[in-house]
Design a protein around this ligand. Structure first.
Ligand SMILES: *Cc1c(COP(=O)(O)O)cnc(C)c1O
Length: 225
């Protein structure tokens, strides 16, 4: 199936159940992104700042770019003018830096807190306790140019479906608790980003409303990142 076919099929599948589709285009050339764009896709996810900036320069300006990979504080300035959502916020320090640069550009930047749910040492993210601590802090309360839209999580890379299901279930439960405790009056806290190509169906069953799909749309990546 072509990229365009994949987009049409997946958009159909997700639109009807109000799940947002983020097309993860990391490592993929601009022609392939344009094929997805021409099939109607507008939201794309990248994980490297330099690559994201190059693509932003060259591609249509109505694309909504999401950063889905670890972000170093010293690189926030490069994406602050145009990024639609930063899904990978994993510290208060980073959030403060995003706020600072958003303010310079007179913007409010939408962010997700990346929460650690996987049983793997290499994944970035806040622990449940750390996420709560961040949201409770006075430093967080002082930020005016970031808006926390929800949470993002990556399940363990395993064939064990039961484990994946449990990890997503935990994140959904945590999301509901956070919404009640900290964002009861804010309708904008509405996004639970969980699910990639290998596990997005399980994620949707467990309550995800944003999936990040790369290889299912564009085929396997040669460089793994
Ligand atoms: C690469 C990546 C994806 C997409 O992975 P696929 O398995 O190709 O769908 C989703 N989320 C994050 C955070 C990623 O880094």
């Amino acid at each position: 199936m072509s990229i365009a076919d994949n987009i049409k099929r997946l958009k159909n599948e997700t639109d009807t159940i109000k799940v947002q589709l983020v097309a993860v285009s990391k490592t993929k050339p601009e022609e392939e992104i344009m094929e997805a764009y021409n099939a109607g896709q507008r939201v794309f996810g990248e994980n490297m700042v330099q690559e994201l900036m190059d693509k932003y320069e060259h591609l249509p300006k109505d694309i909504e770019w999401h950063l889905i990979g670890h972000l170093q504080s010293n690189k926030v300035k490069y994406i602050a003018p145009f990024i639609s959502m930063i899904q990978s916020v994993d510290s208060l320090k980073l959030l403060q830096e995003i706020d600072k640069h958003a303010q310079k550009h007179n913007r409010v930047i939408d962010c997700l807190l990346q929460v650690y749910i996987a049983d793997e040492e290499t994944k970035y993210g806040l622990g449940f306790d750390e996420a709560i601590e961040l949201l409770r802090s006075e430093e967080f309360a002082a930020l005016k140019n970031v808006r926390i839209r929800g949470l993002m999580g990556i399940a363990t890379n395993t064939g064990n479906e039961k484990q994946i299901k449990e990890e997503f279930y935990e994140l959904k439960t945590f999301f509901d608790g956070i919404k009640l405790s900290f964002f009861r009056k804010e309708n904008s806290f509405d996004t639970l980003s969980m699910g990639m190509s290998s596990d997005y169906k399980i994620a949707i069953e467990q309550g995800s409303n944003m999936v990040r799909l790369g290889s299912t749309i564009f085929g396997q990546r040669v460089i793994k990142n």
